[in-house]
Design a protein around this ligand. Structure first.
Ligand code: GLY
Ligand code: MN
Ligand code: MN
Length: 449
């Protein structure tokens, strides 16, 4: 992302904050995986959205109208020895030259400097409770300013969460953001194709996961956007299954929910397909219902429609389909009202997508579902999950878990499916898997560990 994009975002936010205010936002902390090994560092999306600054131990401060500059960054100083051990740092100079900060201070001096920046401000934009380490400092800084009352210094009286303003900005994607999301979705769709092509009975679920991760990285997505779900057979009925440690069985479906992250923007795609390349009649019957529900839901993604319309469309198709197959009994209207479908469809049909996989932005405004607007990106992901041993359900349906998930951008005239590069129609999936069996059978490396 170009630095000018970050500068534009700060300008917009500074304008909204208005005079007499100060906004304070910390970088994400590093997190321990175990003992002295850390998880790979991922910047906090809010912080990165405004700065493009990729290091931990930093705090951005935005002060509308500040004469010496409105964009202040606290960060680590250069330190040759620490950098030899732990990696490069931008330092104060880098913060100003490369990241466009007007002023940069050592993070170690923040307790001395920040109270001064808060003096005579009416309002502090800070999301209390989100950063427990910083909350305590914030109270101390405020009390320091209050102590100066007799010298005529005003302490801020208003604390406002920054989330609302910032998240409304993040919800509507710019052209540059859409480009990143298109790339993430395109690479991820191809990764799913690769998984379909390489799938065969006897592979471990994590071996398919490995193929996805391999394709992400080879094609520019340095990280997955979230831990991949590769669930064979009844594992597909566990919504957040991430163990991925079972062997894939011929005759089962496999549900893969995986997306790459490109330049901090996520894709989130699910496909469900037969391990051996051919749907059996029961799998196909359920799959066609989920697919029809997904088509109906995607059709509702139009500017002016409201957030709940895709979900309602999906629920209608799913309920009617379940009645037709004998999995629900009653009239559609009554079953929908009673939410009878929730036994087999227990989640909603999507969420906002962006820098975070479950991205920010309100779903309701003033108590009403919000309307779709161009620049929003969401997932559409209906599913059906028939738990093994389901009472009153014929055995042939047991353990079938299906979800189909695409990434959809709202355009001025309708929508665009960003993840259309991976098939989802039954005949397309079977054709892709059959072609691959003919063409590349010898290339498949089946390893047991
Ligand atoms: N991958 C998480 C979700 O689909 O919401
Ligand atoms: Mn999703
Ligand atoms: Mn997903």
């Amino acid at each position: 992302m170009k630095m000018s994009e970050f500068a534009k975002r700060r300008q917009r936010l500074l304008h909204m904050l208005g005079p007499g205010s100060i906004a304070i936002l910390p970088a994400a902390p590093e997190r321990i995986r175990s003992r002295d090994v850390e998880h790979p560092y991922r910047a906090d999306s809010d912080f990165f959205y405004l700065t493009g600054f990729p290091e931990p131990e930093a705090v951005v401060v935005l002060i509308p109208g500040r004469k010496q500059g409105q964009f202040v960054l606290f960060c680590r100083e250069r330190d040759p020895e620490m950098e030899t051990w732990n990696g490069r740092r931008a330092g104060l100079e880098g913060a100003m030259e490369r990241f466009g900060a007007d002023d940069a201070f050592p993070i170690s001096d923040i307790d001395d400097i920040l109270p001064g920046l808060m003096e005579n401000k009416a309002r502090v934009y800070y999301s209390m409770g989100t950063h427990p380490d910083l909350d305590q400092h914030m109270i101390e800084w405020l009390n320091q300013v209050r102590k100066k009352a007799r010298s005529g210094v005003h302490a801020p009286g208003e604390f406002v969460s920054l989330d609302h303003l910032l998240h409304e900005m993040r919800l509507i994607k710019s052209a540059a953001e859409i480009q990143k999301m298109k790339k993430a979705a395109k690479v991820s769709a191809k990764a799913h194709c690769r998984a379909m092509q390489l799938c065969q009975p006897g592979l471990m679920e994590y071996q398919l996961e490995a193929e996805l991760l391999h394709y992400f990285m080879v094609n520019g997505c340095r990280h997955a956007a979230y831990p991949a779900i590769v669930g064979g057979g009844e594992n597909g009925c566990i919504l957040h299954y991430t163990e991925n440690e079972s062997e894939l069985q011929g005759g089962d479906l496999v549900l893969i929910d995986a997306g790459g992250e490109y330049d901090n923007y996520a894709a989130d795609i699910t496909r469900t397909f037969p391990v051996n390349g051919k749907f059996n009649p029961a799998q196909k019957a359920l799959y066609e219902i989920v697919l029809a529900a997904q088509h109906a839901a995607i059709d509702k993604v139009q500017p002016g429609n409201h957030w709940d319309e895709p979900h309602k469309a999906a629920v209608k198709v799913l309920t009617k389909g379940l009645i037709k197959l004998g999995l629900l009994k009653g009239t559609p209207a009554k079953l929908i009202k009673e939410e009878a479908y929730r036994r087999f469809y227990m989640h909603r049909t999507g969420h906002w997508l962006g820098m975070d996989v479950h991205d920010v932005g309100d779903y309701k405004l003033d108590g009403e579902w919000r309307l779709f607007e161009p620049g929003m990106v969401l997932t559409v992901e209906p599913g059906l999950y028939i738990a093994p041993g389901s009472k009153g359900v014929a055995k042939k349906w047991w353990g079938i878990g299906i979800r189909i998930e695409d990434d959809v951008r709202v355009t001025r005239s309708g929508h665009e499916v960003l993840s259309s590069g991976v098939p989802k129609e039954v005949d397309e999936i079977e054709a892709l898997m059959a072609r691959e069996k003919r063409v590349a059978k010898k290339k498949v490396v089946k390893k047991k560990y």
